[in-house]
Design a protein around this ligand. Structure first.
Ligand code: DX5
Ligand code: ZN
Length: 220
Protein backbone atom coordinates (compact mmCIF):
# COMPACT_ATOMS: atom_id res chain seq x y z
CA UNK A 1 0.00 0.00 0.00
CA UNK A 2 1.18 3.51 -0.82
CA UNK A 3 1.60 5.78 2.20
CA UNK A 4 1.72 9.39 3.34
CA UNK A 5 4.30 10.50 5.90
CA UNK A 6 3.54 14.10 6.96
CA UNK A 7 6.62 15.87 8.27
CA UNK A 8 6.40 17.22 11.79
CA UNK A 9 9.00 19.86 10.94
CA UNK A 10 6.29 22.10 9.48
CA UNK A 11 4.01 21.76 12.53
CA UNK A 12 3.24 24.39 15.15
CA UNK A 13 5.24 22.90 18.03
CA UNK A 14 3.09 24.76 20.56
CA UNK A 15 0.14 22.55 19.62
CA UNK A 16 2.00 19.52 18.33
CA UNK A 17 -0.24 16.91 19.95
CA UNK A 18 -3.39 18.37 18.37
CA UNK A 19 -1.79 18.67 14.94
CA UNK A 20 -0.48 15.11 15.00
CA UNK A 21 -3.99 14.01 15.95
CA UNK A 22 -5.37 15.69 12.82
CA UNK A 23 -3.12 13.84 10.40
CA UNK A 24 -3.74 10.55 12.17
CA UNK A 25 -7.50 11.16 11.91
CA UNK A 26 -7.09 11.88 8.20
CA UNK A 27 -5.53 8.43 7.77
CA UNK A 28 -1.79 9.15 7.45
CA UNK A 29 0.10 5.93 8.15
CA UNK A 30 3.53 7.35 8.95
CA UNK A 31 4.74 10.40 10.87
CA UNK A 32 7.98 11.80 9.41
CA UNK A 33 10.29 13.09 12.14
CA UNK A 34 13.25 15.23 10.99
CA UNK A 35 16.13 15.27 13.47
CA UNK A 36 18.90 17.78 12.61
CA UNK A 37 22.15 18.40 14.45
CA UNK A 38 23.40 21.68 12.97
CA UNK A 39 26.52 19.88 11.68
CA UNK A 40 25.41 17.43 9.02
CA UNK A 41 22.90 20.07 7.94
CA UNK A 42 22.97 23.81 8.66
CA UNK A 43 19.91 23.73 10.92
CA UNK A 44 18.89 22.32 14.30
CA UNK A 45 15.39 20.91 14.77
CA UNK A 46 14.65 18.74 17.81
CA UNK A 47 15.79 15.50 19.39
CA UNK A 48 14.40 12.25 20.72
CA UNK A 49 12.63 13.66 23.84
CA UNK A 50 10.26 15.67 21.67
CA UNK A 51 8.80 12.72 19.80
CA UNK A 52 9.07 10.47 22.86
CA UNK A 53 6.44 12.63 24.48
CA UNK A 54 4.14 12.12 21.46
CA UNK A 55 4.50 8.35 21.44
CA UNK A 56 1.72 7.74 23.96
CA UNK A 57 -0.75 9.79 21.91
CA UNK A 58 -0.17 8.24 18.49
CA UNK A 59 -0.31 4.85 16.80
CA UNK A 60 1.29 6.09 13.59
CA UNK A 61 4.55 4.55 12.38
CA UNK A 62 7.28 6.91 13.59
CA UNK A 63 9.49 7.41 10.52
CA UNK A 64 12.59 9.08 11.93
CA UNK A 65 14.88 10.84 9.44
CA UNK A 66 18.25 11.46 11.05
CA UNK A 67 20.22 14.33 9.58
CA UNK A 68 23.05 13.94 12.05
CA UNK A 69 26.75 13.07 11.85
CA UNK A 70 27.71 9.50 12.86
CA UNK A 71 24.14 8.49 13.70
CA UNK A 72 25.23 5.19 15.28
CA UNK A 73 26.05 7.13 18.45
CA UNK A 74 22.40 7.90 19.11
CA UNK A 75 20.54 5.01 17.49
CA UNK A 76 19.64 3.47 20.85
CA UNK A 77 18.19 6.75 22.16
CA UNK A 78 16.09 7.17 19.02
CA UNK A 79 14.72 3.65 19.25
CA UNK A 80 13.96 3.99 22.97
CA UNK A 81 12.07 7.20 22.23
CA UNK A 82 9.68 5.25 20.00
CA UNK A 83 11.06 5.20 16.44
CA UNK A 84 9.63 2.43 14.26
CA UNK A 85 11.92 3.23 11.32
CA UNK A 86 15.35 4.83 11.70
CA UNK A 87 16.63 6.45 8.47
CA UNK A 88 20.19 7.71 8.35
CA UNK A 89 22.21 9.38 5.61
CA UNK A 90 24.86 7.31 3.88
CA UNK A 91 26.89 10.55 3.60
CA UNK A 92 26.89 10.95 7.41
CA UNK A 93 28.82 7.83 8.39
CA UNK A 94 31.90 5.74 7.61
CA UNK A 95 30.05 2.63 8.69
CA UNK A 96 26.66 2.26 7.00
CA UNK A 97 26.56 -1.53 7.51
CA UNK A 98 27.34 -1.23 11.23
CA UNK A 99 24.65 1.42 11.58
CA UNK A 100 22.06 -0.76 9.83
CA UNK A 101 22.99 -3.75 12.01
CA UNK A 102 22.72 -1.65 15.17
CA UNK A 103 19.25 -0.36 14.19
CA UNK A 104 18.01 -3.85 13.36
CA UNK A 105 19.49 -5.37 16.53
CA UNK A 106 17.17 -3.08 18.48
CA UNK A 107 14.13 -4.54 16.75
CA UNK A 108 13.14 -1.69 14.41
CA UNK A 109 13.31 -1.10 10.66
CA UNK A 110 16.44 0.44 9.12
CA UNK A 111 16.27 2.99 6.32
CA UNK A 112 19.09 4.50 4.25
CA UNK A 113 18.90 8.01 2.82
CA UNK A 114 20.62 9.81 -0.07
CA UNK A 115 20.99 13.53 -0.75
CA UNK A 116 20.25 14.92 -4.24
CA UNK A 117 23.87 14.66 -5.39
CA UNK A 118 24.40 11.11 -4.15
CA UNK A 119 23.90 8.31 -6.65
CA UNK A 120 22.09 5.05 -6.01
CA UNK A 121 25.43 3.26 -6.51
CA UNK A 122 26.58 4.68 -3.13
CA UNK A 123 23.94 2.64 -1.30
CA UNK A 124 23.77 -0.38 -3.58
CA UNK A 125 25.86 -2.60 -1.24
CA UNK A 126 23.32 -2.05 1.55
CA UNK A 127 20.04 -2.41 -0.32
CA UNK A 128 19.57 -6.03 0.69
CA UNK A 129 19.73 -5.07 4.37
CA UNK A 130 17.27 -2.18 4.61
CA UNK A 131 13.46 -1.87 4.84
CA UNK A 132 13.32 1.62 3.34
CA UNK A 133 15.29 3.86 0.98
CA UNK A 134 14.71 7.58 1.37
CA UNK A 135 15.43 9.68 -1.72
CA UNK A 136 15.84 13.38 -0.96
CA UNK A 137 14.36 15.69 -3.58
CA UNK A 138 15.73 18.82 -1.85
CA UNK A 139 18.98 19.49 -0.02
CA UNK A 140 18.30 18.35 3.55
CA UNK A 141 18.06 20.99 6.26
CA UNK A 142 14.92 22.98 5.62
CA UNK A 143 11.27 22.52 4.78
CA UNK A 144 9.47 24.54 2.13
CA UNK A 145 12.00 24.12 -0.70
CA UNK A 146 11.29 23.30 -4.34
CA UNK A 147 11.38 19.66 -5.48
CA UNK A 148 14.27 18.79 -7.82
CA UNK A 149 12.52 16.61 -10.44
CA UNK A 150 15.76 15.02 -11.70
CA UNK A 151 16.06 13.21 -8.33
CA UNK A 152 12.93 11.22 -9.19
CA UNK A 153 14.97 9.28 -11.79
CA UNK A 154 16.55 7.39 -8.90
CA UNK A 155 13.20 5.79 -8.11
CA UNK A 156 13.06 3.71 -11.29
CA UNK A 157 16.64 2.60 -10.67
CA UNK A 158 15.75 1.54 -7.13
CA UNK A 159 12.68 -0.28 -8.38
CA UNK A 160 14.74 -2.12 -11.00
CA UNK A 161 17.33 -3.24 -8.43
CA UNK A 162 14.57 -4.32 -6.03
CA UNK A 163 12.97 -6.41 -8.73
CA UNK A 164 16.21 -7.93 -10.03
CA UNK A 165 17.58 -8.87 -6.62
CA UNK A 166 14.32 -9.76 -4.91
CA UNK A 167 14.73 -7.08 -2.24
CA UNK A 168 11.74 -5.64 -0.41
CA UNK A 169 12.49 -2.07 0.71
CA UNK A 170 9.94 0.72 0.44
CA UNK A 171 10.99 3.77 -1.57
CA UNK A 172 10.25 7.12 0.06
CA UNK A 173 10.54 10.62 -1.39
CA UNK A 174 11.20 13.69 0.76
CA UNK A 175 11.22 17.38 -0.09
CA UNK A 176 9.02 19.81 -1.94
CA UNK A 177 6.04 17.51 -2.52
CA UNK A 178 2.67 19.26 -2.72
CA UNK A 179 -0.66 19.25 -4.52
CA UNK A 180 0.97 20.68 -7.67
CA UNK A 181 3.38 17.78 -8.18
CA UNK A 182 1.96 14.83 -6.21
CA UNK A 183 0.86 13.06 -9.40
CA UNK A 184 4.28 13.45 -10.99
CA UNK A 185 5.82 12.02 -7.81
CA UNK A 186 3.41 9.07 -7.73
CA UNK A 187 4.03 8.35 -11.44
CA UNK A 188 7.69 7.77 -10.55
CA UNK A 189 6.57 4.67 -8.62
CA UNK A 190 7.35 5.81 -5.08
CA UNK A 191 5.79 3.97 -2.10
CA UNK A 192 5.91 6.58 0.69
CA UNK A 193 5.50 10.33 0.24
CA UNK A 194 6.77 12.85 2.78
CA UNK A 195 4.97 16.20 2.87
CA UNK A 196 5.84 18.95 5.30
CA UNK A 197 4.61 22.41 4.41
CA UNK A 198 1.92 21.06 2.05
CA UNK A 199 0.23 19.18 4.90
CA UNK A 200 1.38 20.28 8.36
CA UNK A 201 1.81 23.84 7.16
CA UNK A 202 -1.67 24.01 5.57
CA UNK A 203 -4.52 26.11 6.91
CA UNK A 204 -6.67 22.98 7.24
CA UNK A 205 -4.25 20.17 8.07
CA UNK A 206 -6.80 17.37 8.12
CA UNK A 207 -8.18 18.32 4.71
CA UNK A 208 -4.70 18.72 3.19
CA UNK A 209 -3.76 15.25 4.43
CA UNK A 210 -7.03 13.73 3.20
CA UNK A 211 -6.71 15.34 -0.24
CA UNK A 212 -3.16 14.11 -0.65
CA UNK A 213 -4.07 10.63 0.57
CA UNK A 214 -6.90 10.48 -1.97
CA UNK A 215 -4.40 10.96 -4.81
CA UNK A 216 -1.88 8.54 -3.26
CA UNK A 217 -4.59 5.84 -3.00
CA UNK A 218 -5.22 6.07 -6.75
CA UNK A 219 -1.77 4.58 -7.30
CA UNK A 220 -2.19 1.59 -4.97
C1 DX5 B 1 14.19 18.50 4.89
C2 DX5 B 1 13.38 17.46 5.58
C3 DX5 B 1 12.03 17.26 5.02
C4 DX5 B 1 11.11 18.45 5.15
C5 DX5 B 1 10.08 18.37 4.06
O1 DX5 B 1 15.48 18.43 5.34
O2 DX5 B 1 14.04 16.22 5.53
O3 DX5 B 1 11.41 16.12 5.59
O4 DX5 B 1 10.47 18.48 6.41
O5 DX5 B 1 9.39 19.57 4.03
P1 DX5 B 1 8.66 20.08 2.71
O6 DX5 B 1 7.62 19.01 2.37
O7 DX5 B 1 8.06 21.36 3.13
O8 DX5 B 1 9.69 20.19 1.64
ZN1 ZN C 1 12.87 14.44 6.14
Amino acid sequence: MKKLSPSMLAADFGILKEQIGLIEKAGAEYLHIDVMDGIFVPNISFGAPVYKSLRKYSNMIFDVHLMITEPIRYVEDFVKAGADIVNFHVEATDDPKGTIDKIKSLGVRAGITIKPNTNVSAIEPYLGDVSLVLVMTVEPGFGGQKLMPECLDKISELKRIREEKGYDYEIEVDGGVGSGNIRQVMESGVDVVVAGSAVMGAEDIEKAAKDMLAVIREYD
